[in-house]
Every structure is written in C-alpha cells, then in structure tokens.
Design a protein around this ligand. Sequence first.
Ligand SMILES: N[C@@H](CCC(=O)N[C@@H](CS)C(=O)NCC(=O)O)C(=O)O
Ligand SMILES: N[C@@H](CCC(=O)N[C@@H](CS)C(=O)NCC(=O)O)C(=O)O
Ligand code: FES
Lengths: 104, 104
Amino acid sequence: STLEESVKSTVAENPVVVYSKSWCSYSSEVKNLFKSLQVKPLVVELDELGPEGSQLQNVLERLTGQYTVPNVFIGGKHIGGCSDTLQLYNRGELEPMIAEASGK
Amino acid sequence: STLEESVKSTVAENPVVVYSKSWCSYSSEVKNLFKSLQVKPLVVELDELGPEGSQLQNVLERLTGQYTVPNVFIGGKHIGGCSDTLQLYNRGELEPMIAEASGK
Ligand SMILES: N[C@@H](CCC(=O)N[C@@H](CS)C(=O)NCC(=O)O)C(=O)O
Ligand SMILES: N[C@@H](CCC(=O)N[C@@H](CS)C(=O)NCC(=O)O)C(=O)O
Ligand code: FES
C-alpha cells in the first residue's frame, strides 16, 4: 500500500525515526533521550494526523509486529519501543548505532 | 456539579483510587506498583467511559490542578501522578500512607 511504502522510505531516508504520540510520557522519554544525545530524530506524532494516524499505527504493526508507541527505527532498522531503546542505551549500543546510521 | 461530587465521594470512600487510561504505560506502572504491594486500588479507566471519561478528566483538573493520568488518591488525599507515587514509594512514605488509609 502507499502508506506502507511511505513508512519504508521514511525510515530508509532518516537515520533516526520515532513514531510517537504527543501526550504519551513513554514517547517523551524516548524523545528526551535522543535530545540529550544531541540527536534530532524525525518525529511523527500519530495523534496529530487525524485518521491517517491510526492507519499509520496499523501499517507499523503490519511491518514491525509492534502496535504500540513509541516505535523507534535507527538506520532503517526497527529498534522497538521505549524499554528496548533505553536498554540499548544502557548497554552502550545505542550511540554507535546512531553514529553509523548518520554516516559518521 | 454532580460529576465533581461523585469524584469527591469516590476518593473519600476508597482508600486508594487511580484514575487511569487502559493503554497508558505510566498508568500501568502505578497499577503494577500497587499490585506488588498487594493493594487493590479502585481503578477508573477514563478511556473506557466514552464521553464521560474526558468530562471526568476535566473535573479532576478542576479539583486537583492535574489534568494528566495517572491521577492517584490515597485516603482521599491527592497524591499526584506516576513519578509522585514512585517518589513516595522510594522514600518509604507510600506504604504507611496506604496502611493508614485502609484503617490498619
Ligand atoms: N514496553 C513498551 C510499552 C509500549 C506501550 O504500551 N505503549 C502504549 C502507550 S504508553 C501504547 O502504544 N498503547 C496503545 C496506543 O496508545 O495506541 C515500550 O517500552 O515502548
Ligand atoms: N509526570 C507525570 C506525567 C503524566 C503525563 O504526562 N501523562 C500523560 C499520559 S502518559 C497524559 O495524561 N497526557 C494527556 C492525556 O492522555 O490526556 C506523571 O508522572 O504522572
Ligand atoms: S500514554 Fe502514558 S506513558 Fe504512553
């Protein structure tokens, strides 16, 4: 579908992508983590897109198996949610991954 | 208003009350904390009440100054949200408060 294709190109063309909801604290935690690492992710606020937001959420589930937000991609690779991202960070694996995806 | 009165009696008549949203991870964290303390709060899932849910959320803001969920009351006293509750727990103040509210 075109929405599926647009998600695939979004995550391919942007080193860090966060599908988020603007009032969700778990989504905020992930966005704040990237901010503290001086990383500027592409953030897609699903609750601010009207009906397309829930369509996107369904497409993401089809593509990644994950329905929940936040939904994080680095270098086009599906990372997971808030806990997955924090875990990678705590293991020292997140920053190298971001550096590589940003072509550094 | 009647909704305001019903909130006041709910928090007066139940030792622990959590106004929550069923798909919100911060709300889950608070509910899980109480569960681990073998406490059974009265849980009100605002997203499962149709239009009354957002009315309740507005009433809670009027009564407590807090619009967000989770919104926690112990012994009729407004505690706050997830971080407030966790902070009280970490300081060893939560359990005595619950015990007192439960009339123990
Ligand atoms: N363990 C997951 C939890 C994700 C989760 O439960 N997200 C909630 C919001 S906090 C969700 O997407 N609920 C369904 C929805 O909002 O549509 C993580 O760390 O990201
Ligand atoms: N620091 C607060 C954060 C509360 C918060 O931002 N809650 C969000 C959901 S995680 C909220 O209520 N957003 C508005 C809404 O869902 O209506 C806490 O620890 O409880
Ligand atoms: S909606 Fe509350 S943590 Fe995501």
